[in-house]
Design a protein around this ligand. Structure first.
Ligand code: FUB
Length: 343
């Protein structure tokens, strides 16, 4: 059973940057970790990878996930508590499958768990499920969030209490199919296929106070170079692909993301949640495996990068395992680039 990962199946990988860069969860596969601090602990909300026997393709059909599990820890490097399954596709009235990268937010005494899934027509949408505890369980709302589409929701609550959802992903994430504002099933399976035109942008929408609806129509999140110019579709090492995340450091807004087919985690800095965000550089070099997806969280005055690779499955793209490593800044607030396998 590919879902039951034996400890002794751990592959010998290159030496690690530090001792905590080992798989955090070994009892099942896990990916796309969104980490948050609640009640003085770190809670991790990952995707739950398993082997559905679906052949690998550019559409991501092999990522056939059907439920979510939650984990927590009192300290980074300490024991990880497995809180069990918190939501299953069977309990999501609008969804048909492919429960991809989730996130969570706390407001009004409730926890709001956000997740992408394909609807009954095969179109990715973003749903929300509510719970009273960070460890779940969560009950899905009957409909997906109106005007939501594509994948990888990341919800950021600013110091003024306003919450925003960043989302989107090209290729299997379908963002290119929404380029005209409505879903075009016949659009490209990858991107705009226009290397000399601006790349597709991730999206942002402020959440209503009830946290279950958008307060506005989604807008583009502009990522620009040092001259204020948007990246082009052909800038594969810098343009947005998927895996949005937002965190604030010294009053600045750090938007980070994956470049997908070039396998980098990058970041860009802005002065407000909407951007534009000016590209700064790479956070993490490629991991073993095709996808790279992360979150950044402050815990007890240290910053951590949660991410995944495919150490346990020995490189199987759709069977990933969550890891964590410390993230550091220089005096100017630049993130120091991480090589996941450096000694
Ligand atoms: O886990 C499925 C998809 O792979 C995620 O939604 C993407 O970010 C990528 O990690």
């Amino acid at each position: 059973n590919a879902d039951n990962v034996a400890e002794n199946s751990l592959v010998d990988t290159p030496s690690f940057a530090n001792s905590i860069s080992q798989p955090l969860i070994t009892q099942r596969f896990s990916a796309d970790p969104s980490a948050h601090v609640f009640d003085g602990k770190i809670f991790v909300y990952p995707s739950h990878d398993y082997d559905a026997g679906v052949p690998e393709n550019d559409n991501g059909d092999h990522f056939a996930m059907k439920d979510y599990y939650v984990y927590s820890m009192d300290s980074v490097g300490g024991d990880v508590t497995d809180h069990g399954m918190v939501l299953s596709v069977e309990d999501v009235p609008w969804a048909s499958g492919q429960l991809w990268a989730p996130d969570i937010a706390y407001k009004n005494g409730k926890y709001y768990f956000y997740f992408p899934a394909r609807d009954k027509e095969g179109i990715f949408r973003i749903g929300v499920a509510e719970g009273s505890k960070p460890q779940g369980p969560f009950k899905a709302n009957p409909q997906y969030i109106k005007n939501s589409f594509s994948i990888d929701p990341a919800v950021f609550t600013d110091t003024d209490g306003k919450s925003y959802m960043y989302f989107g992903g090209i290729w299997g994430g379908q963002l290119q199919k929404w380029a005209t504002g409505t879903f075009d099933a016949n659009a490209s399976a990858t991107d705009l296929e226009k290397d000399n035109q601006p790349a597709l942008a991730p999206k942002i929408a402020r959440l209503a106070d009830n946290m279950t609806e958008f307060a506005e129509l989604p807008k583009d999140v502009k990522i620009v170079d040092e001259n204020g110019k948007e990246f082009l579709g052909g800038d594969h090492e810098k343009r947005f692909f998927e895996a949005s995340w937002m965190h604030k450091y010294n009053g600045k807004y750090y938007f980070s993301y994956s470049t997908g087919d070039t396998h980098l985690l990058c970041y860009a800095i802005g002065d407000n949640p909407y951007g534009p965000f000016t590209y700064q550089g790479v956070i993490m070099r490629p991991v073993i495996g095709w996808t790279t997806h992360h979150s950044i969280v402050n815990f007890k005055n240290k910053w951590f990068l949660f991410y995944h690779d495919t150490q346990i499955s020995k490189g199987k793209t759709h069977l990933r395992n969550v890891k964590v490593t410390e993230l550091k800044y220089d005096k100017e607030g630049k993130i120091l680039e991480i090589d996941p396998y450096a000694a």
